[in-house]
Design a protein around this ligand. Sequence first.
Ligand SMILES: [Fe+2]
Ligand SMILES: [Fe+2]
Length: 296
Amino acid sequence: MVSALIDTDERFLAILDRLSEKAVDDYYNPYRVFQWPDTLPEAMWWMSPELTTTYGTAAAERMSREQLYALSKYESINFYSLNVHGIRELLIEVTKRIHTSGFETPSQFFHHFIGEENEHMWFFAEFCLRYGRKLYRQMPGASVSIPSNKVESTLVFARILIFEELVDYFNSKMATDDRLHETIRHINRIHHQDESRHIAFGRELVDILFTDVKKTATAEELREIEAYIKRYMVYSFESLFNPKVYRDAGVEDPQGLRRELLSSPGRPGFEQRVFRKTLKYLEKTGIIGDRTLSPL
Ligand SMILES: [Fe+2]
Ligand SMILES: [Fe+2]
């Protein structure tokens, strides 16, 4: 049973109304809104260089400009592929809950959410298939599986929120990066616009669900929630470092490069930057006790 707070908290109800109204006002036809040129130029950044996994590392020093451009192309295809997989999983979870007991109140907002995410999945997949001729598969370990107990919904919506905030860190930077092609900027801009509503909603919902869990959870259960959430964050971050991307960009030892980058001195800083707002939020709600993240 989900908290009655979800049905009575006035702040939450007002935000739900406002976000649903905004979703109607912002509605666009995704199948018409984008220009899809036949090809995008190879000799340019496809992703802001600061967001690529080799940025500022010794590995980047060993690469030519052409190879860094190629890497940015495949990293961007990987980033949008991650979006496709993440969206499919969150759609399954939200669809499982819409109009079920305990989720009557947010169901109106869930309709917007499900509709918008379906469209996001379409335009991200379209980008990958047009310009990369493929989707990268999910990295193994994706099923940091969700324990099925009373905290399940809290973990599900915390995961969705973490995923959306990770993506939004990249989207909001690339939306305004003049070094990128307009098609790339546009996709990031549109997604950022929709996600700002989803993130605002997710932050309220997770807070309410966790407040309820806290009432009955033992100290041990709370520690498990924190460990689970942090594991999911680290898994999501490490998914950005895909050996298949390095192989496609012509790197000779893709697994070796992945290991090198994941243990490089710049890694903790990059991870903390990506999750800065998310960690602050999770700490404030009490879901995590501190902001340290340990590699998997
Ligand atoms: Fe989305
Ligand atoms: Fe979203």
